[in-house]
Design a protein around this ligand. Structure first.
Ligand code: BV8
Ligand code: ZN
Length: 242
């Protein structure tokens, strides 16, 4: 039995014995849906240098370019769908009474796969927020106009996502910390562990006493620190846990 399948067996055991399970996902869980990750080959940051575009300064300087970046992702996401990894997590939520899913992704694929209780740390690409009156709306037009305007006050809309240098919503963070501080199993899936504060959440769960298991295509700075680190594709590994 390869050590990967041994580890999957160990994780399956922990999963169905756990009293409370918390999951944190990153771009890697959407890779098998065809959504480019931030760091992989053809990653978002290379083509569009998201670090430069996903910032309030970039939006202030050139809102048209930033909206072009988000419209490009919205159009792509409109054609793509969840993969077996997303569906497996939605199934787990049905079968495990105390199960919380935290995601860094803004692609809405967890909800489209049927997950209901999703903590979106960095917002959601299908929601827009008015830079004038703050109105928040879901807007699934693809594409949006080049410079979309608020229908009630006419000011420029922005994607309702958290940009680099922006604070996360404190209420969302509180919910995430409650879930990771009170679980006995935390799975960290498809994230390179680069972006804070999400990157420290696995370690925080471990410090709070949880068993932490990583599922990732490649090693991350945390692989040696978590209890189990399984190298592989989440779309192939997660269904084996059901
Ligand atoms: C904050 C939404 C307080 C937008 C995102 C200097 C100046 C200013 C800020 C900072 C600074 N230094 C550090 C910071 C803090 C900064 C940060 O961490 N920067 C990084 C770049 C160093 N963080 C912030 O700014 C956060 N706010 O800290 O507020 C503050 C306030 C003011 C000043 C300072 C601090 C806000 C961060 C949120 C940014 N918004 N997304 C959008 O998406 O357009 S982040 C975005 O990038 C994602 O949401 C995600 O969080 C991150 C990408 O990471 P991953 O998801 O891990 O993706 P990645 O491609 O890296 O990895 C994928 C992994 O999957 C890989 O390991 C791969 O091997 C694996 N994989 C691939 N395929 C598969 C797979 N695994 C399994 N199966 C597969 N099939
Ligand atoms: Zn408005």
């Amino acid at each position: 039995m390869s050590d990967v399948s041994a580890d999957i067996g160990k994780l399956r055991e922990k999963l169905w014995q756990a009293k409370r399970v918390t999951v944190l996902t990153g771009a890697g869980i959407s890779a098998e849906s065809g959504v480019p990750t931030f760091r992989g080959e053809g990653g978002l940051w290379k083509q569009y240098r998201a670090v430069d575009l996903a910032t309030p300064e970039a939006f202030f300087r050139n809102p048209k370019l930033v909206w072009e970046f988000y419209n490009w992702r919205r159009e792509m996401l409109d054609l793509l769908g969840p993969n077996p990894g997303h569906y497996a997590l939605a199934e787990m939520e049905q079968r495990i009474s105390r199960f919380t899913l935290i995601t860094q992704n803004i692609d809405d694929l967890h909800r489209r796969a049927g997950s209901r209780n999703v903590i979106e740390l960095h917002g959601n690409i299908w929601w827009v927020r008015c830079t004038g009156c703050g109105a928040l709306n879901e807007d699934r037009r693809v594409p949006l106009p080049a410079l979309p305007e608020c229908k009630s006050c006419g000011a420029l809309l922005r994607p309702n996502v958290v940009w680099f240098g922006e604070n996360l919503d404190p209420a969302v963070l509180d919910e995430a910390y409650e879930a990771l501080s009170n679980c006995d199993l935390m799975m960290v899936i498809g994230t390179s562990g680069t972006v804070q504060p999400a990157a420290s959440m696995g370690l925080q769960a471990k410090t709070a006493g949880a068993a932490v298991v990583e599922i990732n295509l490649e090693p991350t700075p945390y692989s040696g620190i978590y209890h189990i680190s399984i190298a592989g594709k989440s779309g192939q590994i997660l269904p084996q846990l059901l």
